[in-house]
Design a binder for this molecule. Structure first.
Ligand code: ATP
Ligand code: MG
Length: 292
């Protein structure tokens, strides 16, 4: 099994990295992919967002510092087929410690390779912090590809070009020669505002097919779910947020050539639609935002 290792990253804060990492991971698990989410952000939002406790000694820090084996840190979550290595505030200290260690850019890569040896996971997702410090650089050095969420707002493109330059530098410097851009997902889309529409059009003009056709709408349920320690599919399975992340998971898998087989489906190539879903190119531009 070839495991896909995807860093969810953007140095801009609050753009939907964690919301995307948690909910994409949950939706891939719902599609019967075995998924591991590693919370590599000391804020530990993905950890609490999936209802795991921030316990000292339980985080990825234990493995980064060499005190614990990676597999001993893996925890199950309330979502079937979704496991997690949590974070906690101690991870902030890891940055300082890693900086002193040999091969400081590749600490996480070593951990990930021991997890790969388990041959258990289809996907490993890394939820990065908004800083481009050593933890994020470790994630980018470990990943096959980077998924960049951007918020539909005026400054979206600025942050994006910085991320794209960084990916190129990591490639050319030999830090991660095969790192690719997985895709760009536009979040918090509000079709009632012209700004949202303009930003989407501009990003499509610049980045074309790197943009997922699935657009994540602004949806209050997506904001609420983490406070209940749940992914959107367990919190409000029929909300527009849940529908959107299911569609993103399907598009993500299809683009990767990972055949989407619906529950109970005997029809691997077919594109059965979830409720409210549409497959017309960029039809999302007309999709409403609501509070369901
Ligand atoms: N589509 C959405 N609709 C409504 N609220 C959202 C949506 N996506 C994210 N949010 C909310 O916006 C805030 C920022 O989202 P999130 O934590 O996912 O961003 P982030 O990029 O991970 O932030 P950070 O840079 O701090 O790690 C959170 O309160 C989250 O619940
Ligand atoms: Mg986050």
């Amino acid at each position: 099994m070839k495991t896909g290792i995807i860093a969810v990253a953007n140095q801009k804060g609050g753009v939907g990295k964690t919301t995307t990492a948690v909910n994409l991971a949950a939706c891939l698990a719902e599609k019967r992919r075995q998924v591991l989410l590693i919370d590599i952000d000391p804020q530990a939002n993905a950890t609490s967002g999936l209802g795991l406790k921030k316990q000292p000694g339980a985080s990825i820090y234990g493995a980064l510092s060499g005190e614990k084996s990676a597999d001993s840190l893996i925890q199950t979550t309330s979502v079937k087929m979704l496991d997690m290595i949590p974070s906690e505030i101690d991870l902030a200290g890891a940055e300082v410690e890693i900086a002193r260690a040999d091969g400081y850019l590749f600490r996480l890569k070593g951990i990930v390779s021991t997890i790969l040896a388990l041959e258990k996971y289809h996907y490993i997702l890394l939820d990065c912090s908004p800083s481009l410090g050593l933890l994020t650089m470790n994630a980018l050095a470990s990943a096959d590809s980077v998924l960049i969420p951007i918020q539909c707002e005026y400054y979206a493109l600025e942050g994006l070009s910085m991320m794209l330059r960084l990916i190129e530098q990591l490639r050319t410097s030999g830090t991660n020669p095969s790192l690719t851009l997985e895709g760009i997902v536009m979040t918090m889309y509000d079709n009632r505002t012209n700004l949202s529409k303009q930003v989407v059009q501009e990003v499509i003009t610049h980045f074309g097919d790197k943009i997922y056709e699935t657009l994540i709408p602004r949806n209050v349920r997506l904001g609420e779910a983490p406070s209940f320690g749940q992914s959107i599919i367990t919190y409000q399975s029929l909300s527009t947020g849940a529908v959107a992340y299911r569609q993103l998971a399907r598009e993500f898998m299809t683009r990767r050539g990972d055949v989407v087989q619906e529950q109970g489906g005997l029809n691997p190539g077919s594109w059965q639609k979830d409720a409210g879903e549409t497959s017309a190119p960029f039809a999302f531009l007309n999709r409403g935002t609501d509070s369901v």
